[in-house]
Design a protein around this ligand. Structure first.
Ligand SMILES: *[C@@H]1O[C@H](CO)[C@@H](O)[C@H](O)[C@H]1NC(C)=O
Ligand SMILES: *[C@@H]1O[C@H](CO)[C@@H](O)[C@H](O)[C@H]1NC(C)=O
Ligand SMILES: *[C@@H]1O[C@H](CO)[C@@H](O)[C@H](O)[C@H]1NC(C)=O
Ligand SMILES: *[C@@H]1O[C@H](CO)[C@@H](O)[C@H](O)[C@H]1NC(C)=O
Ligand SMILES: *[C@@H]1O[C@H](CO)[C@@H](O)[C@H](O)[C@H]1NC(C)=O
Length: 617
């Protein structure tokens, strides 16, 4: 009956939110890592893009530069219901591969931004404890996945785990407030999040995709922006009345995805009324869905080319130009709170392909150019194809599966670096050819880095690109060489689903990762002639060009973790920190955290920081 309800709904609206339970029943598949689908790459376009073009950059700035960004721009959104499987079950039982994955980003960007939430946050209940070893309990349904509104219970251990992840990897968190039943607002949950995460708590989401509340039975079918305005007021008032909550201004809204534009909500007076309670303005969006509307399954093969040109990134981003400007005028961050290739789990062969890594990098750069301040790639259950990372299904001794879009996060972390001054501009490269987009990243008025895409798949080499870069004016003139790192795949194809590399390093094959980068980092030096540097960009790949030694330094790993930690790690190993008292009030200051955590879990994290390579096996 519910299934029928959903089908009807989808026939009425193009709903791209992340809703999967019924879809999962329809697909009846196992873990995404089991799927072996390989799509055909799109043919070489006709006409093929010109194989050589010039980019002339000037010191002293450029027109159209974005606001300033740092390397944590492309973070992660972890579905609430699976967050313990991904992060770990408690503060002293963290997943080492997860820590390593976050440490990789931290080493490049200085920090990593993570959200825990999604549809499954809406009817979650904080309880003091559950059965031993259980942190999140789904009440009914076996749901591994990001279900619609499963009712679930969770313990404070989830927040302790998050806090300890912050101590180790400088993770900054967004957390979702259950919004289904406003008569039972869990202010204790807000108090706990605030006291446990302290300054590592970036914000609290009030309402996830409220534009779908009516259609999905969470409210009346006529639920409108004005109703959301009213509901949000209930939360604001309750938080205001709660003397235990220190910060009343950490809210994130309106998180619309599908039916309403952000402006539809702004028009209710939302920003005037609640602006001082908002720490950020957020939206959520997926380009398409695999929800099996009316039993109609979209063909990943047909969709594949729609991800593999620059129009995708542009058309996904331009609708938010106005909202981004509004946020900027209010001095608020503007967040893409949840996105990925396709809601309802993504598509086999597409979401887990190298093409998806290229797409997510382009999309992230485009969002940065359009003044989003953060974008979060969604992580769902084990059957999702789009996950940046997926823990193993069982205690099989298998490693993690690292998805292509995780590489995009690494790429973006280095493209923006850790200075906090990266300003992005889309160069409309190669005469605006959609298969060869190019971006420049400026810092303090000078070109620092360049990103060059070649979306074409042609392993013959006939469609490799050469981009001639010259820098005029100011002190940057006289460039004698530049350094380049590449995002590549083993088969030089957007269809590759196994072997992916960032700067020559890989996270490993599906089921085989411990979250550390394997192999030597490769950075190619390109000699320049008369201040012009010819950068090869093979089909299909993305190049990150460091135009100055400082630009490379700012993107490189920082060995900042304590060297006093020792221990052994395996892909499935857990940390064994001795837990302190649960009511961790001093977490609010974040002080003393690292020293309290005297533990094996640091081993791989530290190894990453020190550039060591721990082999899984
Ligand atoms: C991952 O492991 C599962 C469970 O053993 C297996 O069925 C699947 O084929 C593996 N996936 C890949 C891509 O090797
Ligand atoms: C780690 O988690 C435990 C609870 O599981 C907590 O007692 C301890 O204070 C946490 N440590 C940090 C650094 O937050
Ligand atoms: C929310 O969860 C509670 C149990 O915790 C359940 O009784 C209730 O029906 C759920 N609400 C919805 C709308 O699913
Ligand atoms: C390029 O991407 C856009 C946006 O996804 C899509 O509509 C278009 O069909 C794609 N072009 C080609 C030639 O595949
Ligand atoms: C981003 O913000 C900057 C600074 O306000 C502005 O100059 C630029 O036009 C904005 N970019 C876009 C694409 O709106």
């Amino acid at each position: 009956m519910k299934l029928a309800f959903f089908s009807l709904l989808y026939s009425v609206h193009a709903v791209y939110a992340n809703i999967s339970p019924y879809n999962h029943l329809l697909r009846a598949r196992g873990a995404a890592a089991d799927d072996k689908t390989i799509l055909n790459p799109p043919p070489v376009p006709n006409p093929a893009p010109p194989k050589a073009f010039n980019i002339q950059l000037q010191s002293g700035g450029a027109a159209g530069l974005s606001i300033k960004h740092d390397g944590s721009f492309l973070g992660f959104s972890i579905e609430f219901s699976v967050s313990d499987q991904v992060i770990g079950k408690s503060g002293n039982n963290l997943n080492t591969p997860f820590l390593n994955l976050m440490a990789n980003i931290k080493a490049r960007a200085g920090k990593v931004v993570i959200r825990v939430g999604g549809n499954s946050q809406e009817n979650a209940t904080l309880v003091p404890s559950l059965a031993p070893g259980v942190t999140i309990l789904k009440n009914g349904g076996s749901g591994q996945d990001d279900n619609e509104t499963p009712s679930l219970s969770f313990t404070p251990d989830l927040l302790y785990a998050m806090s300890n992840v912050s101590s180790l990897t400088n993770a900054k968190w967004y957390f979702g407030i259950p919004f289904l039943d406003l008569s039972k607002l869990q202010l204790n949950l807000i108090e706990l999040a605030e006291s446990t995460l302290g300054s590592n708590l970036l914000g609290l989401q009030g309402g996830n995709e409220p534009d779908l509340y009516g259609g999905h039975g969470k409210r009346g079918t006529d639920y409108a922006p004005q109703d959301y305005f009213n509901d949000f007021g209930v939360l604001v008032k309750a938080m205001g009345d709660d003397g235990q909550i220190q910060q009343k201004n950490l809210l994130v809204a309106p998180s619309v995805c599908c039916q309403w534009s952000p402006e539809d909500v702004f028009k209710t007076g939302f920003l005037d009324t609640y602006g001082d309670k908002l720490t950020a303005i957020a939206v959520e969006h997926y380009p398409t869905n695999n929800c099996g509307v009316n039993g109609k399954v979209r063909s990943p093969q047909d969709l594949f080319p729609t991800f593999l040109n620059h129009t995708s990134a542009q058309s996904l981003t331009t609708p938010y130009a106005n909202a981004a400007a509004t946020a900027q005028s209010l001095g608020k961050p503007f967040l893409m709170f949840e996105t990925n290739t396709a809601s309802c789990g993504g598509f086999p062969g597409l979401s887990n392909s190298f093409g998806a890594a290229m797409w997510a990098a382009d999309y992230a750069l485009q969002m940065a150019y359009y003044n989003f301040t953060t974008a979060l790639l969604h992580v769902g259950g084990q059957s999702e194809f789009y996950n940046p990372f997926t823990p193993p299904t069982t205690k099989s001794g298998l490693g993690w599966t690292i998805g292509p879009v995780y590489y995009s996060s690494l790429f973006v972390a280095e493209a923006f670096g850790n200075s906090g001054n990266a300003q992005i501009v889309d160069l409309n490269g190669n005469g605006g050819n959609i298969y060869t987009p190019a971006y420049a990243i400026y810092e303090n008025g000078s070109p620092a880095r360049l990103v060059l895409f070649n979306y074409v798949t042609d392993p013959s080499g006939a469609n490799d690109l050469t981009v001639s870069v010259s820098i005029g004016g100011g002190s940057a003139g006289g460039t004698s060489s530049v350094r380049v790192r590449y995002l590549t795949s083993g088969s030089k194809s957007v269809s590759e689903t196994q072997n992916m590399f960032w700067a020559g390093q890989t996270l490993g094959l599906p089921n085989k990762s411990d979250g550390t980068l394997q192999g030597e980092q490769v950075t190619t030096t390109i000699q320049c002639n008369s201040n012009t540097c010819a950068i090869p960009v093979q089909a299909a790949s993305v190049a990150l060009v460091f135009l100055t030694p400082d630009a490379e330094k700012e993107s490189s790993q920082s060995a900042s973790l304590s060297s006093s930690v020792t221990g052994k790690a395996s892909p499935t190993s857990k940390s064994t920190a001795t837990p302190k008292k649960n009511n961790n009030q001093d977490g609010a200051t974040g002080s003393g955290a690292a020293s309290r955590y005297t533990i094996p879990v640091m081993s791989t994290v530290a190894a990453v920081a020190f550039g060591m390579s721990l082999l899984f096996g």
